[in-house]
Design a protein around this ligand. Structure first.
Ligand code: AMP
Length: 247
């Protein structure tokens, strides 16, 4: 991970709303965590919110679990509502990183309307990232590599650090390097669920990427088939360009 301090970067530009786009397994979650540390803004992962609902046994979690296990998308209304609620928290004012949302054109439209409706007053605009246009970074990885990443992925049950048993294994098998807790595998990180997730991605999410790619000055693609730190650096460079270029 890059060593520049969060403060130094945070002073360079207001991050504003950032979307991380890409197929399952491209590293959106890993990169969102790196950006969160770099810019001091929250990661909002609809997958994480849904998994927390499952872990807490909520009605929403019960409804979402079988769809998620099969690799299918949860209904737009459910995830839209989750994001709308999350964006009311006070920690998003300088910006936030959406990871795994929007995944359909309907979600993209909902989110754009939501952000427009949250325009701050003129007085607060100068220090408020929410007034900025959203910027989207698409992480591209060859499909052959994605299956290996998905089936090899493990995460710490406590600190949530992500490993890959093939490319980034823990020092001791099944144990987190940082806190000694056990590692777990997501129930949808199986080969069959992966194929279903890719089907959903092709049918619904590629359209979202296509939609944002047409927005000049708001979209870039980075190569995600590199070491994590290099991908982070490429995303940060893209964000700097998108936030500082004159449209
Ligand atoms: P992720 O953690 O982003 O890979 O998401 C895991 C699963 O949660 C997905 O395969 C979907 O079943 C569900 N999910 C997460 N985000 C969304 C979304 N924006 N729209 C619909 N379903 C979602």
């Amino acid at each position: 991970m890059s060593t520049a301090s969060p403060t130094a970067r945070a002073e360079t530009f207001l991050p504003g709303p950032i979307l991380l786009l890409g197929a399952p397994g491209v590293g959106k979650g890993t990169q969102a965590k790196a950006l969160m540390a770099a810019y001091g803004i929250p990661q909002i992962s609809t997958g994480d919110i849904l998994r927390a609902n499952i872990a807490h046994g909520t009605d929403l979690g019960k409804r979402a679990k079988s769809l998620m296990d099969q690799g299918q998308l949860v209904a737009d209304d459910i995830v839209n509502g989750m994001v709308a609620t999350r964006l009311q928290a006070p920690d998003v004012t300088r910006g936030f990183i959406l990871d795994g949302y929007p995944r359909t054109r309907q979600q993209a439209g909902f989110m754009e309307t939501l952000l427009t409706s949250q325009q701050p007053s003129a007085e607060s605009a100068a220090s408020d990232g929410l007034h900025l246009p959203l910027v989207a970074v698409n992480i591209a990885v060859d499909e052959d590599e994605l299956l290996r990443r998905i089936t090899g992925r493990r995460s710490c049950v406590v600190c949530k650090h992500i490993y890959n048993i093939y490319s980034h294994p823990p020092k001791a098998a099944g144990i987190c390097d940082f806190d000694g807790s056990p590692l777990e595998q997501r129930s949808d990180d199986t080969e069959s669920a992966f194929h279903e997730r890719m089907k959903e991605y092709r049918a619904k999410t590629q359209d979202v990427i296509q939609y944002f790619s047409q927005k000049t000055g708001q979209f870039e693609t980075v190569n995600g088939d590199k070491p994590v730190e290099q991908v982070t650096a490429a995303i940060e460079a893209a964000l700097l360009r998108l936030r500082t270029s004159k449209r």
